[in-house]
Design a protein around this ligand. Structure first.
Ligand code: NAD
Length: 496
């Protein structure tokens, strides 16, 4: 039965009638599972106005109150995580176990934000000059916008929302229109946990909603995650409009396999990180750089493992890889499989057996060998279950390849040589590095972010950078003079 998914504004579901709606699919059957309202200017205004009205009260709520709401949300999310997992699988298509991993990582970010009283501690210097004390405080920005992609409909919103509200801001969240229900579930749980109405609003829609936030004078900051062209656009437009912006973009993540690596470990990692979530992860491994002479052996081991992968409806037991998110996206990914540009199609995912409805947006795991760096197969972010193997003759050639790539989100090196790994960690121009770890997504008390075209702005997501992003610094210099300190002095203040 088709459902209508609508905005969450000022603590309740929006009751208006949208001028435009979008279809939300069940990717495992290809059927329309619901429709989602798309915001126009009036709904953008309503969401921002609700956030603006809620901000002063929430800003002034004590740290004890704010952290207690976050602890309450954490308890509710933990208790009801199975529901959120099902929502993610139903609209995104990733298998239940993978969705459970997403929710677990989201919980990490919530738990970090629960510590907000500690995180917002400032500095204090007593007696910097005679009877003068200096202290620093961090204050919230006001109304902040969060715009998230389809591929982590629960985790990416929760990279930002907990820190934003913990710091005292009011949020307008614009989730992906492809899988919008997780964001509404999150907002409902926050309301149940005691977050006042208007502090978290969910605005659905497409470019019109995003542009509305980017142009609204009351929106102080934008946290964006999505593809590189849109991230660049959001960064440029948001900063031009005077906003603080962090815009995380796409990726082409390389996994370098040195000749001394444990090839079974490397093959396991390449298959897990290449095909988990059907390759629709910004930290997916999409390029394996096999350093001579391991190429043939490694490709054989990867091929062998792909044969055993069970592809199908994420709700069915035993399925390891689900469908792609939409038919259009599946067709785009298939177009790369149809055009090898001289590479060897070692495994053709179109032939993979599927345990699911014939109407689902399927493509099985696909492997290309001998991929040349001057082809679209190598250059483009395909964002599907397509793994490319590039051969390199040396460590240096592998490193140069990674560093020449315009993306710089994640990378990994597989080796038993600590010196080589340490050199790689130092020399590689990528924001997140794994050593014998294929998807090095930092834990919640570090921060997540790439380099180069994978991030616009200078602040990473969640963790300490998140607290920094969602607050402004203020330094107070104070003197409580005794009677001997009177008198006018026009000289520049110096500390004596
Ligand atoms: P997308 O760029 O198409 O959409 C992201 C958000 O931008 C959505 O909310 C969407 O509604 C909005 N949007 C789309 N087109 C727009 C336009 N023309 N103007 C304004 N807003 C627009 O990305 P996606 O397909 O939803 O997600 C996949 C992408 O996200 C991949 O490129 C992936 O690498 C990237 N991603 C990056 C990270 C990271 O941390 N760097 C994490 C997850 C996903």
């Amino acid at each position: 039965m088709s459902r209508l998914i609508t905005h969450w504004i000022d603590g309740r579901a929006w009751s208006g009638t949208a001028e435009r709606t979008g279809e939300v699919f069940d990717p495992a059957t290809g059927r329309v599972a619901g429709h989602v309202d798309f915001a126009g200017p009036a709904e953008v205004e309503a969401a921002v106005a609700a956030a603006r009205a809620a901000f002063p009260g929430w800003r002034d709520a004590s740290l004890a109150r704010r952290s207690s709401v976050l602890f309450g949300f954490r308890e509710l999310l933990n208790a009801r995580r199975a529901e959120l997992v099902e929502i993610v699988t139903a609209e995104h298509g990733k298998v239940l176990d993978d969705a459970a991993g997403e929710v677990q990582r989201a919980l990490e970010a919530v738990e970090f934000a629960c510590g907000v009283p500690t995180l917002l501690k400032g500095g204090y210097s007593e007696n910097v000059s005679g009877n003068v004390d200096v202290y620093s405080i961090r204050q919230p920005l006001g109304v902040v916008g969060v715009i998230s992609p389809f591929n982590f409909p629960a985790m990416v919103p929760l990279w930002f929302v907990p820190n934003a509200v913990a710091c005292g801001n009011a949020v307008v969240l614009k989730p992906s229109e492809k899988d919008p229900s997780a964001a509404v579930f999150i907002a409902e749980l926050f309301a149940e946990a005691g977050l006042p109405a208007g502090v978290l609003n969910v605005l659905h829609g497409d470019k019109a909603a995003v542009d509305g936030l980017l142009e609204h004078p009351d929106v102080r900051s934008i946290s964006f995650v999505g593809s590189t062209p849109i991230a660049r656009y959001v960064y440029e437009t948001g900063t031009r409009n005077g906003k603080r912006v962090q815009a995380l973009g796409g990726a082409k993540n390389h996994m370098v396999v040195l000749p001394d690596a444990d090839l079974d470990l490397a093959a396991d990692a390449a298959v897990s990180a290449g095909f988990g979530s059907a390759g629709e992860r910004c930290m997916a491994v999409s390029v394996v750089v096999a350093v001579d002479p391991v190429g043939d052996d490694l490709v054989a081991r990867i091929t062998d493992r792909i044969g055993g992968l069970k592809v199908g409806d994420g709700r069915r037991s035993g399925c390891e890889m689900g469908p792609l998110v939409t038919a259009a996206h599946r067709d785009r990914v298939v177009s790369y499989v149809e055009n090898p540009e001289g590479a060897t199609l070692a495994v053709d995912g179109r032939d993979h057996e599927v345990d699911g409805d014939a109407g689902g947006f399927w493509l099985g795991p696909t492997l290309f060998d001998h991929v040349r760096p001057d082809t679209a197969l190598y250059r483009d972010e395909i964002f599907g279950p397509v793994l490319c193997v590039v051969r390199a003759q040396s460590y240096s050639e592998a490193l140069d390849l990674v560093n020449a790539n315009p993306y710089g989100n994640g990378t990994a090196i597989f080796t038993k040589d600590g010196g080589a790994a340490r050199r790689f960690q130092n020399e590689v121009e990528v924001g997140m590095v794994g050593v014998n770890v294929p998807i090095p997504v930092p834990v919640g008390y570090y921060s997540f972010g790439g380099w180069k075209d994978s991030l616009f702005g200078d602040t990473h997501a969640y963790g300490p950078d998140g607290i920094h992003f969602f607050t402004r610094a203020k330094v107070v210099t104070s003197r409580w003079p005794d009677p001997s300190h009177g008198g006018v002095n026009l000289g520049f203040p110096r500390n004596t």
